[in-house]
Design a protein around this ligand. Sequence first.
Ligand code: FAD
Length: 425
Amino acid sequence: MITTQPRQIASAYDVVIVGAGPAGLAAALGAREQGAESVLIVDREREAGGILLQCIHSGFGLQYFKEEVTGPEYAERSLEAAIEHDVDILTDAFVMDLTEDRRLVLMSPEHGVVIVRAGAVVLAMGARERTRGAIQIPGTRPAGVLTAGLAQKMVNLHGYLPGRRAVILGSGDIGLIMARRLTLEGVEVAGVFEIMPYANGLGRNIVQCLQDYDIPLHLSTTVIDIHGHDRVERVTVAPVDEELTPDASRAWDIPCDTLLLSVGLIPENELSRTLGVRMDPLTNGPMVTSAMETSVPGVFAAGNVVHINDLADWVSEEALIAGRSAARRVTGNPHPADNIRVIPGENVGAVVPQSVSSDRPHRISFRVNRPILEDAVIKLGDVRRRRVRALAPAEMATINIAPRLLESFHGDALRLDAFAAAEEG
Ligand SMILES: Cc1cc2nc3c(=O)[nH]c(=O)nc-3n(C[C@H](O)[C@H](O)[C@H](O)COP(=O)(O)OP(=O)(O)OC[C@H]3O[C@@H](n4cnc5c(N)ncnc54)[C@H](O)[C@@H]3O)c2cc1C
């Protein structure tokens, strides 16, 4: 992997980007292509690339690079593009603070504490995993309980196995990918347990990571107890009812030395909150306009920090918009303000962006709350209606909207609904 360290950090940049994952790298490219003269990306890790560096499986890039690549290859291509566009990349440096007038306080072993001024900022800090504390499983606190992403880092980057017999709680993509990865490394995976009545990962991962390896998936079942003193010795699992309450009378024990948690990601927004950015309780990320601008003028955001994406390709595309918008702002050519809010309606959990403008095309991303197994309808007010095969909470869905569709629309808000075609009155 290529890493670059600017010999000196300038005191001011047109655009400063926090995070060098796929979002940060694409935002930098977008900013340079749109005319920003100086762009700096800062990342706390030693190498740029973000979470992709530990995702050594393929399945990335079909949309963005029109070719299937692994996570590290995707990161490397994105990094090369940024370097070709003369972006300064400062790794091993942590952004500690960001003020409303866009001063960033950075700390790095090489440069010490440095203050950098930015014409515009793009927040691209990604997300972190929910831990045992977040879901409050009772029981003892032995070694061997870890998040699936941490196990992925141990195995793929450091060459350690987390244990010999694992149970996986949660059917998110990281857990599914780790079920396969651990099996390939000789660890016995006793099963994946999911509290919801449907899987939470992409359909392709259920097939390629569980079914192809005969790893059982238990839906509507959860871990209710962890046993062991120094090390996990077994876990107790139990089926849950429709209210997700476990039925302890039907519980059973599974001997194992490892419990991996794959129970969701939380956007990493400490910086955004300190800055006072307006947050969306539905995404746990900043509210953004169609230019990916937050409520603090000149501060943009993209990627998992805004909402949890299932594909890196979506992240890069959305970050290109954020980077271009940041450059438009510093070159004095911003997009007109949005004039239409987008509101989640029937069976829609959250939408991004939360507003659009009638002067240009947009793609609106959302997730459904409940799966629609066949023949689903996505309806955006009365201006757009689209039929799709199915919709699942695990898979981010999108709907495009073109200015011509809004010509006869005179309201200030569009409601987004998703339902089964059979339910349509
Ligand atoms: C296990 C796993 C498997 C996946 N599999 C696929 C797949 O097969 N196909 C696919 O398309 N997508 C996949 N994804 C999704 C994809 O990897 C993510 O959607 C994408 O990496 C998110 O990009 P990001 O730039 O928003 O965040 P990240 O990649 O998380 O990057 C954020 C960066 O910001 C840095 N940072 C955070 N805070 C600070 C700070 N204060 N100062 C400095 N730096 C900071 C972090 O160090 C990190 O490098 C997978 C994800 C995971 C976790």
